[in-house]
Design a protein around this ligand. Structure first.
Ligand SMILES: Nc1ncnc2c1ncn2[C@@H]1O[C@H](COP(=O)(O)OP(=O)(O)OP(=O)(O)O)[C@@H](O)[C@H]1O
Length: 678
């Protein structure tokens, strides 16, 4: 490339990075693999716009995916501007709290007004600003922000609602549980799918594990789904019963399935798997007791079964059953708090995915009713009314949650062209980091915001798109030119972060994906140690492998905070984390999803076995999400591979792939133990 004289020092950049910085095209996508300096390029672009294009700082908008990323961007801009080295020293001061860092950042921004005037925000932060200034046109201007269950860090300057998303969703469910039927349906769902963990392929009647497996509404365990049904029916009808009560008639012990004291009858449920009931009946007869038999066949149709129970049991009870006792939410769920919290987390994630999609609640409800899995159908039957209740609760109190911020900003732009024009005119340069993670709503918003003559400068890596389950659409980056007309697409091919073996291995893995933009990444750092793969029969063996390696690297002078242990599910790290903590070694533990953007000298990736719950486990994504977005096995597997790519590329020098049990099929036919050759 010919030397171009610029006020901004672009000499540290490589040719492609420089090309991106200098581009004057209106739509630019910088597409590149991990560690290639995308964020760096974006920051230099801002410097170039200010120093060379002489753009007004107020006309620059940089959008990041997380609040932390926005702060990091601001920090990097301040560091570049502060020639005294003061801010660098501050940042390097050990033990500064987040609050103190925020204060220092604010002070520095005052020192550099041009920097202060650049808008560097997340989509939510930007929409908050827009709604605060113009929201009165589409919403109550006294609105309060409801914090997301995932991110409580955003600061809305005293404009935060007194309750967060999680608290509201539970409040709504509690209110709805005043209706007995709703409470019972919710409890049944939690017991089946969060306590008993029944899987969708375990057909409700045929699935009959040994022993007492199924939890009844009353809270005890019974042997089959049919028995559970009978127990629940009795509970719902407020009829007291004893399950498998030990009886002794004429010298022999036996356990009739149910005894109902108020009717003085026994109930025996008969299925193909039941032991013969003949002698039990004889014994009961001898004792002058009534025994009623119910049959499995009848339970296939719940209406018929209900009718039968109504007839044979209610008729024999003298009590007035109409005054069923009021069930109390807190009492009913007292013993299942953990499971209930898990359920609500899922509800909130699903709510987010629905909001990120283009589908309405009605469409989701129709789609869900067609699911072949009972678990999925029941989930939406219970959850969609909760989500509706949540939305109504927020509107009543002028609350806006993160999804609401973008939804109403979009509405504002759609319905108020003059306002939209004003923003379009203001932001002449719109830069978006991590573009692979955008969802439908965010792209719709961008399309309103970016004017014909403004520059949209996106950077991202389709190989690192890992939030499909939350609604991110990889298609926006892979098929960028279909969404934004005539773009210039620049690829960066050099990885500055990782050594040669790491870059080669990660390329090799990701190339197996079909839906991707192929890129040729190569390492700037040649040489470097081989990747080590360790698998053993026992978890204790893999743990001692990790332990020894950590000791070795600490001995070499590598800091503990340069050692990162990555996992897909928290169960994978529990035992090793415990033993490291006990010995006082403070390495970083992160889920792969939360390690995005990080780097470390030494990285361990745990749990690499392709068993259910391992990694990869494409079916780990709950089928509940398939209602919002149809997803096939291969698509899910590709996302798993991208997740693995993100994990691999966090490592700068030493990379260890570790698992007890069977090794992942990500490595089949590769050499294992040590010295993986890829
Ligand atoms: N031209 C360059 N010369 C030397 N080092 C560079 C250059 N560009 C980037 N780097 C370094 O490479 C590393 C990765 O850069 P950066 O974090 O910007 O990459 P990225 O592409 O955003 O990474 P990822 O997508 O994996 O999060 C950083 O340490 C950065 O300083």
């Amino acid at each position: 490339m010919n030397t171009i004289h610029t006020r901004t020092d672009l000499s540290p950049l490589n040719d492609q990075q420089r090309k991106a910085v200098l581009s004057r095209e209106n739509r630019v996508l910088v597409l590149a693999g991990a560690g290639s300096g995308k964020t760096n390029t974006l920051l230099q672009k801002i410097n170039y716009l200010i120093n060379d294009v002489q753009a007004d700082s107020k006309s620059i908008l940089a959008i990041t995916y997380t609040k932390n990323a926005a702060n990091e961007m601001i920090d990097r801009m301040i560091l570049a501007a502060d020639k005294t080295g003061f801010y660098k020293k501050v940042m390097e001061t050990n033990g500064l709290t987040k609050k103190e860092k925020d204060q220092e950042r604010k002070k520095m921004l005052h020192k550099y007004p041009w920097l202060n005037q650049i808008t560097m925000k997340t989509f939510h932060g930007l929409c908050y600003q827009i709604m605060r200034d113009e929201g009165v046109n589409v919403y109550d201007n006294q609105f309060k922000i409801v914090h997301s269950h995932r991110d409580n860090s955003a600061d809305f300057f005293g404009n935060t609602a007194p309750e967060n998303e999680s608290e509201i969703i539970q409040k709504v469910a509690i209110k709805m549980s005043e209706k007995r039927d709703f409470l019972i349906a919710l409890k049944r769902y939690i017991l089946d799918y969060f306590v008993d963990n029944i899987k969708e392929d375990q057909g409700s009647l045929e699935f009959r594990p040994e022993g007492l497996f199924f939890t009844t509404l009353k809270g005890e365990k019974v042997r089959s789904k049919s028995e559970q049904y009978i127990a629940d029916w009795l509970f719902r009808n407020n009829i007291d019963y004893k399950y498998e009560l030990k009886e002794r008639i004429s010298n022999s012990n036996f356990h009739p399935d149910f005894f109902i004291p108020s009717a003085n009858i026994y109930l025996e449920h008969v299925s193909k798997l039941s032991h013969p009931t003949f002698w039990k009946e004889m014994e009961l007869k001898k004792g002058g007791m009534t025994c009623i038999k119910t049959f499995d066949k009848a339970t296939h149709n719940s209406a018929v079964f209900n009718q039968m129970l109504d007839k044979v049991i209610k008729g024999r009870i003298s009590n007035d059953l109409s005054s069923a006792t009021v069930l109390n939410y807190h009492e009913e769920f007292g013993g299942f708090k953990k499971e209930l919290n898990k359920f609500f987390r899922l509800v909130l994630d699903v709510k987010g995915a629905i909001n990120a999609s283009n589908k309405s609640i009605v469409e989701i409800s129709e789609e869900a009713s067609k699911s072949k899995h009972e678990r999925v159908r029941l989930f939406y039957k219970i959850v969609l009314p909760i989500i509706k209740g949540y939305d109504a609760y927020c509107v009543d109190r002028s609350y806006l949650d993160f999804d609401g911020l973008i939804k109403y900003s979009l509405k504002l732009f759609k319905e108020h062209n003059t306002i939209r024009n004003r923003y379009e005119k203001q932001y002449k340069y719109i830069l978006v980091d991590e573009f692979q993670d955008v969802n439908n709503q965010q792209v719709a918003f961008l399309k309103y915001l970016v004017g014909k003559d403004s520059q949209l400068f996106c950077v991202g890596d389709d190989w690192q798109s890992i939030y499909g389950f939350r609604g991110s659409e990889i298609d926006f980056i892979v098929n960028f030119k279909e969404h934004f007309k005539q773009p210039e697409i620049i690829t960066l091919n050099l990885n500055y972060r990782s050594t040669d073996p790491i870059v080669k291995a990660s390329n090799e893995i990701i190339k197996k994906n079909r839906f991707q933009v192929s890129k040729d990444m190569s390492a700037v750092k040649k040489g470097g140690p081989k990747i080590e793969v360790n698998y053993a029969q026992l978890e204790a063996e893999t743990n001692s492998f990790i332990w020894e390696k950590i000791q070795k690297h600490l001995g070499e002078g590598i800091n503990a905070d340069e050692i990162l242990i990555l996992y897909r599910r928290s169960a994978m790290k529990t035992s090793i984390q415990k033993s490291l903590e006990k010995s006082g070694v403070k390495v970083q533990f992160k889920t792969i999803h939360s390690a995005k953007g990080l780097e470390a000298k030494v990285v361990f990736i745990l749990g690499l076995n392709s068993a259910p719950g391992g990694f990869p486990d494409p079916w780990m994504q709950d089928k509940i999400y398939h209602v919002i977005k149809k997803t096939e096995y291969n698509t899910l597997l590709e996302e798993e591979r991208r997740l693995f790519y993100v994990a691999l590329t966090r490592a700068k020098e030493h990379l260890y792939l570790v698992t007890p049990y069977q090794l992942s099929f990500f490595f089949k036919k590769k050499r294992v133990k040590t010295g993986l050759k890829i």
